[in-house]
Design a protein around this ligand. Structure first.
Ligand code: TXA
Ligand code: MG
Length: 309
């Protein structure tokens, strides 16, 4: 146990805020049982109070104490994917307070696998409420440096844990209404989930979910998705200083070009750092080459569509 982790747990116990690495993105953590700490978390994050936050635990057993009942599908998914990049939405027990659920009858729970997150959760010994450690609506952080850039002294401690391996937020599966519904795609794909449970289409009755807002995970610079076949035409048409995120080689007419991997997992890992870099390139517009339509690109496509508003 490192002394940093011990200090982090003390800060949480005292009602402070600790940013910590997870395998998906960095989280901004507060004691999930402390109303004042969670209120401060929402203030720093700039998140509306009615938006629920995910509660993190060291083990499945602890996580399930926040649930009223545990459907067999939840047990099966937890057994396969926890610790890991999966969040389950279940009907809440009295342990999950209204101030973490946004007043909803359900709660989002997750057991992360990152060793530093695990160490912190074990040392703290309770649930840690943690949204991604960025300001509301902005690009999620995948390094400790990103968190410091975004939140500065508004956070009491940032635990260092290297670059997040997955790079995009957890897959969210809602099991609170009976049938399993994917609220947010992630590294664990729908196809993988369907090997274990039946997944139903999302409909209007799905719970509130800020990741479901249209413009989210967004850079400050306006961004636009462009199909591969019209990328060249778009570039020659533009008069603005433009930054491009693409699979192909740099085009010399373009001021700032970042080349992305053709593998969806490698792409996801780099995505947020790339959007941050392009955002600081001093361009008027970011053009993003659209990824393939294939199912394995669903999570990356979801984030790009939102980043492009
Ligand atoms: O990978 C992740 O999930 C990261 C790391 C830090 O664990 N966390 C994360 O948290 O992405 P956040 O707050 O940025 O996104 C959580 C999403 C939000 O869209 C929120 O609305 C939804 O989960 N959510 C949380 N609890 C919910 C609930 N009870 N019902 C419906 N949606 C919920
Ligand atoms: Mg977020």
């Amino acid at each position: 146990m490192s002394s940093e982790v011990r200090r982090a747990a003390e800060i949480l116990r005292a009602g402070g805020l600790v940013a910590f690495p997870t395998e998906t993105v960095y989280g901004l953590g507060a004691d999930a049982s402390n109303a004042a700490a969670v209120a401060r978390l929402y203030r720093v994050k700039g998140r509306p109070a009615e938006h629920p936050v995910i509660v993190h635990f060291a083990s499945t057993e602890e996580a399930f104490r926040y649930a009223l009942q545990i459907p067999p599908d939840a047990r099966a998914l937890a057994a396969k994917y926890w610790p890991g990049p999966l969040t389950l939405i279940l009907n809440k027990s009295e342990k999950a307070k209204d101030f973490v659920t946004g007043g909803q009858p359900s709660v989002g729970i997750r057991v992360p696998s990152h060793p530093v997150a695990q160490a912190l959760l074990k040392e703290f010994g309770g649930g840690i409420a943690a949204p991604s450690a960025n300001r509301f609506g902005r690009v999620s952080p995948t390094t400790a440096a990103h968190v410091r850039e975004d939140l500065g002294s508004d956070v009491d401690l940032v635990l260092e844990g290297g670059q997040s391996e997955v790079g995009i937020e957890s897959t969210i599966v809602d099991l609170s209404q009976g049938a399993a519904v994917v609220l947010r795609p992630g590294k664990i794909s729908r196809e993988e989930l369907e090997r274990i449970v039946r997944i139903q289409e999302k409909d209007q009755s799905s719970p509130r979910h800020s990741g479901g807002l249209e413009r989210h995970y967004a850079p400050r610079t306006p961004a636009r998705l462009v199909p591969t076949h019209s990328l060249d035409k778009e570039i020659s048409r533009l008069k603005d200083r433009v930054a491009v995120l693409a699979f192909s080689r740099p085009d010399e007419r373009v001021d700032y070009w970042l080349r992305m991997p053709r593998d969806p997992n490698a792409y996801a890992q780099k995505l947020y750092a790339a959007l941050r870099e392009l955002d600081t390139a001093g361009c008027e517009l970011i053009l993003v080459e659209a990824p393939p339509e294939a199912a394995e690109w669903a999570a990356v496509r979801d984030r790009l569509v939102r980043a492009c508003g």
